[in-house]
Design a protein around this ligand. Structure first.
Ligand code: 26W
Length: 834
């Protein structure tokens, strides 16, 4: 013991004593200078915005720290129920400007920095994105934890601290080139390492039955290769409410014991290799957003997250309540973000039964009352399955537990449907066949008390299709939670000019009560207001042009053009190809001298392709080649342009959505679970052209059909059409489409690269094309024509734009989280005072 009593109540550092809670300008500036000069060792000569950004972030972090501790104390004193959001991805993006917004100090700090001769914008821009996610699912987790803090709910996010996040995308010769994203290279001021809460995670080894001192037999998992899980905590501030919740991300570190064992066995190289293997676990985010590829390392990541998080929660429990778990389910609930962390169901059983001696039936009751599962996709190729033999090797005890869960579950099924062996085979957690596989979605269904989809149509399709057998068995488990996005980042933060106009018109309650945006509805008829609205959009478009010019200085962009935006992961089901077919069609019309084409249009497409998804990469190449032809053709100059925005990410969307006029949500009906980009764009006053898919359906319901551009087959029509889908004859019968396909097939866009688009062309002409792009071409083109006509009437368009924003209230993640809480988590809101 180095000291007997450690007294921190009277700090004597000027920073902690005088300023730690001060949100005034002088306090901030004093701390900023302190960090800049003394911690970072810089002076006026240093012109890099990076260090100023670091110093400012430190000063802000101090303020969060006090509130963080207060929140912690509040939750602890309440002894209430808590929720844990388990997710392999948290796509946070940047933190600084969001922290300022939520602390309510944006103006103060902007002014303070300005006084020092520093542009706050430069500091904000110098921060790297935390890209710890692929897309929708990861960004949803980030929006959710923002809402939990704003709603003052005791929710902890658990995830992985990947050393390398989502790759950065560059475009070389029109093709995607991936570069590793070493986002931690300059450190991360927002995280706090908590070595003292490290935990051991087991892999490999085998199981054995041992008898303990009381003569009770227990399964022991022994001879394992252990890895340390070290937590890193990030503060998640609520909106101006003193609440700061925790996001706890685990890093894998080799254990010393493990090294020594190998070392003493005489094999130094082996021991170093083992260390590297251990630390590989959290090295990199898998960049697949729809295809599970069954990699062993991915399973290691999943178990590492599940085990570390559960051990963390249970050790906290044991500290408070000892080995009595009778009230565990009343006080804890876990939300599984897709099946990725669903091994947690078997792990909770292991911890309760093997480690804490809870009888199987009691443990199973606890598990089934604490686990809730969210599904994010209907695509069969995205459903995770792990080979039984891989699980037996890597996680032998967990595989035993899953077999046991399955045996008991199948007995339940047999009781419900006596003699229905086909059903037993269909519903088994273990898929039989060539090699046995664990169906992770079924494990999640069996082990949870709640199963939800992420938009009405999606939840309905889960019940009718993918999970129908389970729905018949347990109809009450199933529910819907339509996604939402946080209005702090996606309106107040990214579009301050629009936010200000809204606030000066209807007050600022919308920031935490987004349905208050409805108060804007009468202003859609107000000429003065419409002029202001148009000016704000115009300015945002100008800023978007400036942003695009950073990448493409050569481009000549017209701010009055219709800004037509499709940003999302590149996937066939999202049908970026359909968008390109439309662009080619417009190009063809202009080249033919079609005088009806009067609306200049600027089409922006952005998104990353999974590195192994060959077709998605071809689609990027196609977009770039078509863009090149069009943008260098003087005949179309000023009328039509097309750009691929490289390296689409959270901070890019913050610049894109304020400047968008038209939001492209054109997936094959029934395939996009929800979509969330659609919500961000709507909130910022873009109009949607979309299919009846995912949350588009609810967007249209909210805004009204007259303010939404609907096209395409419905989910039912798509399925009905499949058996006799004949794209080739549809091409023959549509001269516009014929011309588009001819241009493509003639090699017009790949004159020096013969044949490179053959695969794409063949895929859309294939009668078995699952995405049925050609089936929706005519309806899409006609609807785009309606868009043009509508855009010509500026006043009418502005009205629709206002109404889209005004009716976007439903799509706040605050509404979504309130629903999760009311129907699944049942937590009490707790206000924090300092
Ligand atoms: C195993 C590989 C893998 C990785 C990620 C399979 C599937 C995924 C995710 C489910 C992909 C994803 O992000 N899905 C999206 O989730 C969003 C949030 O609910 C929805 O809005 C999107 O429609 C859905 O595609």
């Amino acid at each position: 013991m180095p000291y007997k009593r450690f007294i921190l109540s009277k700090p004597n550092s000027s920073i902690t004593e005088l300023n730690a809670l001060g949100l005034g300008k002088t306090d901030f500036i004093a701390d900023f200078k302190q960090y800049y000069i003394h911690l970072l060792g810089r002076d006026e000569a240093c012109r890099s915005p990076y260090y100023a950004g670091e110093a400012l972030s430190q000063a802000i972090r101090d303020r969060l720290m006090e509130r963080w501790k207060a929140t912690h104390k509040t939750y602890k004193a309440a002894h209430g129920k808590r929720a844990f959001y388990l997710s392999m991805e948290f796509l946070l993006g940047r933190t600084l400007s969001n922290a300022m917004l939520n602390l309510g100090v944006t103006d103060t700090i902007t002014q303070g920095m300005y006084d020092l001769g520093v542009e706050i914008e430069e500091l904000i821009e110098s921060e790297l994105d935390a890209g710890l996610g692929n897309g929708g699912l990861g960004r949803l987790a980030a929006c959710f934890i923002d809402s939990c803090a704003t709603l003052q709910l005791p929710v902890i996010g658990y995830g992985l601290r990947y050393e390398y996040g989502m790759f950065t995308q560059t475009i070389i010769n029109g093709e995607q080139v991936e570069k590793p994203d070493h986002w931690l290279r300059h450190g991360n001021v927002w995280e706090i390492e908590r070595l003292e809460y490290s935990l051991l995670i087991k892999f490999g080894g085998h199981t054995e039955i041992q008898t303990d001192e009381q003569g009770i037999q227990r399964v022991c998992w022994i001879n394992t290769h252990d890895v340390l899980a070290v937590p890193y905590d990030t503060p998640i501030p609520g909106y101006q409410n003193n609440t700061v919740n925790t996001l706890r991300l685990w890093k894998a570190v080799a254990t010393e014991e493990f090294d020594l064992e190998e070392f003493n066995a005489g094999d130094y190289a082996e021991s170093v290799a083992a260390k590297i293997t251990a630390e590989h676990i959290t090295m990199v985010l898998y960049p697949n957003d729809a295809n599970e590829n069954g990699k062993e390392l991915r399973l290691r990541q999943q178990y590492f997250l599940a085990s570390a998080s559960l051990q963390d929660v249970i050790s906290h429990w044991v500290k408070l309540y000892g080995e009595n778990f009778s009230e565990f389910a009343q006080k804890n609930v876990f939300q599984l973000n897709d099946t990725h962390p669903s091994i947690a169901i078997a792990e909770l059983m292991r911890l309760l039964v093997d480690i804490h001696g809870v009888p199987w039936n009691d443990a199973w009751a606890i598990t089934r009352q604490t686990m809730a599962y969210t599904n994010h996709t209907l695509l069969p190729e995205a459903l995770e399955k792990w080979p039984v033999n891989l699980m037996q090797r890597l996680l032998p005890r967990l595989m035993e537990i899953i077999f046991e869960i399955n045996a008991r579950f199948l007995a339940e099924v047999a009781l419900h449907w006596p003699g229905d062996n086909a059903r037993l085979r269909r519903m088994s957690i273990i898929e039989e066949g060539g090699q046995q596989q664990v169906r992770m979605a079924y494990l999640a269904l069996v082990g949870s008390f709640s199963v939800n989809g992420v938009a009405q149509l999606h939840s309905q399709l889960l019940q009718q299709g993918l999970f129908h057998d389970f729905y018949e068995l347990w109809p009450n488990k199933f529910n819907n939670k339509t996604n939402g996005v946080t209005p702090r980042r996606w309106l107040a933060g990214c579009n301050p000019e629009l936010a200000e106009l809204i606030t000066e018109t209807i007050g600022d309650s919308w920031v935490t009560e987004l349905s208050d945006l409805k108060k804007l509805i009468p202003y859609a008829e107000n000429a003065q207001f419409k002029i202001k609205w148009r000016t704000v959009k115009h300015n945002a478009k100008q800023r978007l042009i400036d942003y695009i010019h950073l990448q493409h200085p050569e481009l000549n962009l017209n701010v009055d053009a219709l800004f037509d935006v499709q940003v999302k992961r590149i996937h066939e089901y999202k049908r970026q190809i359909l968008n390109v077919l439309h662009v080619i069609h417009l190009y063809d019309r202009i080249k033919r001298g079609d005088s009806h084409m009067v609306v200049p249009r600027c089409v922006l497409i952005g998104g990353k392709a999974a590195p192994g998804y060959v077709m998605a990469k071809k689609i990027i190449k196609l977009i770039n080649n078509v863009a090149h032809s069009i943008n260098s053709d003087p005949d179309v100059a000023g009328k039509l342009s097309l750009f691929f925005l490289p390296d689409y990410r959270v901070s890019a969307m913050e610049k894109i959505c304020p400047g968008a006029d038209l939001s492209e949500q054109i997936s094959t009906a029934g395939k996009e679970a929800s979509g969330t980009g659609n919500m961000k764009l709507m909130m910022n006053g873009a109009l949607t052209i979309g299919t009846l898919d995912g949350a588009n359906i609810e967007i249209r319901e909210e805004v009204g059909d007259e303010n939404f551009f609907l096209f395409g087959l419905t989910e039912g029509e798509i399925e009905a059409r499949r058996s006799h889908y004949d794209p080739v004859s549809m091409i023959d019968q549509d001269t516009d489409l014929q011309r588009v396909i001819n241009l493509l097939e003639s090699g017009h866009f790949n004159q020096f690269e013969p044949g490179i688009f053959d695969g794409i062309i063949a895929s859309i002409k294939n009668p078995h094309d699952p995405w049925m792009t050609i089936a929706d071409f005519r309806s899409y083109i006609d609807t785009q024509k309606r868009v043009e006509d509508a855009y010509l009437d500026k006043d009418h368009w502005t009205r629709m734009s206002i109404l889209n924003c005004a009716n976007s209230g439903k799509f706040s993640s605050d509404r979504t989280i309130n629903e999760y809480n009311d129907e699944i988590w049942k937590l009490e809101h707790r206000s924090v005072s300092l």
